[in-house]
Ligand binder design. Structure first.
Ligand code: AMP
Length: 366
């Protein structure tokens, strides 16, 4: 079969281009190196965690066409470690080299309305939602959806940024001012018991492999801890994985992605609501580095390279990943002394409040 951008596969010695140089890019580059692949990082910052471990890096803006063309000509495939990659950047790159996941998946996952609509179209449950473009629509939306509800910017939100909880109809003007008039989604407040995620990969051949469902605890809107297995009825876990599989297939997705869910109700009434789709490796999958047969980073490299996906079974009865946020990292020395704990540091320098500096993985029953 003739190789085209859509079926091109990589072999050891080839180079993967990664847009973004944070810890996710760093961990993708480390996994690629183990498989004999090289990584070339492209990011605007002068210093970055991923540069330290990659074969090559280019400091460039995401709208610098000449620099992007040079980058594209030095790699066999491009991926990204963050979802806010400008569409134009992907357009410039994909005319020269395969970009995986592709433009369609990125466009849907960048927009909270499109991703919730896709989930609904595929038969999944979500919070009730309406898209909001001005204050009048917000007032109308609150009347329809009720309170409490949450106003979120459609694009560029992460870790709870760009969100406003509406407790009463009179909050409309304050909420609209808080999002500075950006296009938004208004969502009903979901009375969830737990938050879980499915991290999975879809290969170039369309095969999807999911890791076991992960339970996630947040503190100050930032992921604090992930635990596997999640407290979830096996039927509910199966349905979460089925939804994730349908989403990836509908988007013709290639690579690792995460679907975040709210768990509502218990026992027979237990249901999952899709909250968000992340078109990239995900913090709630970091436990796989030490706790699964294949890590999410290696799985991503395999998927975007057109290679067979690896096994996703956990290697312990229970695995727990805790993020080291801000000053938590100062405990690195004592964490390293714990007998059954794996420490990962991202090489970020000074800890700042809210900054993800590293993580630890702990095992129970292995
Ligand atoms: P998000 O940026 O959409 O992942 O939201 C950040 C966090 O806000 C979630 O992890 C939830 O804890 C909370 N949240 C977001 N949307 C809702 C909702 N519709 N109902 C209840 N809580 C929500």
């Amino acid at each position: 079969m003739r190789e085209t951008p859509s079926n091109l596969t990589l072999k050891p010695g080839d180079t993967i281009g990664i847009l973004g140089g944070g810890q996710l890019g760093r961990m993708i580059a480390l996994a690629a190196a183990r498989l004999g692949l090289r990584c070339h990082i492209y990011a605007p910052e002068a210093a970055n965690p991923a540069y330290d471990v990659a074969a090559k890096y280019t400091v460039g803006r995401y709208d610098d066409e000449a620099a992007l063309r040079g980058f594209a000509s030095s790699v066999q495939c491009v991926t990204y470690e963050f979802e806010n990659v400008p569409a134009k950047t992907v357009e410039i790159l994909s005319s020269r080299v395969p970009v995986r996941p592709g433009a369609k998946a990125l466009a849907v996952c960048q927009d909270r309305v499109l991703e919730k609509q896709l989930a609904r179209d595929l038969g999944a449950t979500t919070a009730d939602f309406v898209s909001i473009n001005n204050l009048e629509e917000l007032v109308q939306g609150i009347a329809t959806i009720g309170t409490p509800s949450i106003l979120k910017t459609r694009r560029f939100g992460y870790d709870g940024k760009g969100q406003f909880v509406i407790r009463k109809a009179e909050d409309a003007a304050t909420a609209w001012a808080a999002v500075a008039g950006s296009p938004c989604i208004l969502e009903s407040f979901v009375p969830f018991l737990r938050e879980v995620s499915v991290v999975a990969a879809r290969g170039l051949d369309g095969i999807v492999k999911a890791f076991p469902v992960t339970e996630n605890e947040h503190r100050d809107q930032i992921l604090r801890r992930s635990i596997v297995p999640a407290t979830l009825h096996p039927v509910t876990a199966r349905s979460a994985i089925d939804i994730a599989t349908k989403i990836a297939t509908a988007l013709d997705y290639v690579g690792v992605f995460a679907v975040e869910f709210f768990v509502v109700g218990e026992n027979e009434a237990e249901t999952v609501y899709v909250n968000e789709i992340a078109p990239r490796v995900h913090n709630s999958g970091h436990w796989t580095l030490d706790g699964a047969s294949t890590s999410q980073f290696e799985q991503h490299v395999r998927a975007i390279s057109g290679l067979p996906l690896g096994a996703t079974a956990p290697t312990a009865a229970k695995v727990e990943m805790t993020n080291l946020i801000g000053d938590d990292v100062l405990d690195w020395h004592s964490l390293m002394a714990e007998p059954d704990t794996q420490l990962h540091l991202y090489g970020k320098g000074e800890p700042r409040p809210g900054r993800k500096m590293g993580h630890v993985t702990r095992f129970f029953g292995r």
